[in-house]
Ligand binder design. Sequence first.
Ligand code: SF4
Ligand code: SF4
Length: 98
Amino acid sequence: MGLKIDQAKCVGCEACVNICPGDLLYLNDQLRCEIRNQSECWDCMACVKSCRVGAIETKLPFSLANYGASLKPELKETSIEWICSYPNGEEERFTIPR
Ligand code: SF4
Ligand code: SF4
């Protein structure tokens, strides 16, 4: 699938860096998160769920959603609300207990 990291939202907290089981994430010279190699990411979503400011989203493949669709969580106290965003601006939301 692949990650999209919003550098403007990233606050450099390193939560994602510390949780990635593949050691794929790092902070660049501006202390913003980057991924070393997209092809080595196995889409475990741990980094996506760890980011408290919503700076990381997962790009969905065409086989799962329309081209350009992405998936991002909003962390609630007792649940995670997954937001699927489509290029036409539409959204679908799925709530899963934590
Ligand atoms: S989705 Fe998993 S493997 Fe990929 S960068 Fe995030 S934590 Fe690492
Ligand atoms: S968890 Fe979010 S804010 Fe923290 S370093 Fe990663 S992308 Fe940036």
